[in-house]
Ligand binder design. Sequence first.
Ligand code: SF4
Ligand code: SF4
Length: 96
Amino acid sequence: MVDEQVVVNEDTATIGKAPTAAKRPRRQMEITLFDRWCKGCGLCSTFCPTRAIEADEEGRPKAIHPELCTGCQWCVIHCPDLAISVRQLNSRESDE
Ligand code: SF4
Ligand code: SF4
């Protein structure tokens, strides 16, 4: 069994200025960190553009602000140990 953190963003995430509140995309993101695979290199917490992931006092990544995750996949693409999964749980209003 792999130890993992699963954190779900249940808030609204936006990039830049949304045209109107009614059209604002809503994304519910799920961030999963597989602690057993993570070697604590710090790439994800250092380069996450929204600070959704930050390092704890031991330098281990924690998804402490999942509501800020935009689903950009930077952390997933660059993690050398394939220790992160980020997926969108719902559809955006603009996709409906
Ligand atoms: S990039 Fe991957 S290996 Fe490095 S700290 Fe983040 S989860 Fe761990
Ligand atoms: S998908 Fe992007 S915004 Fe979300 S945690 Fe990863 S790097 Fe940060």
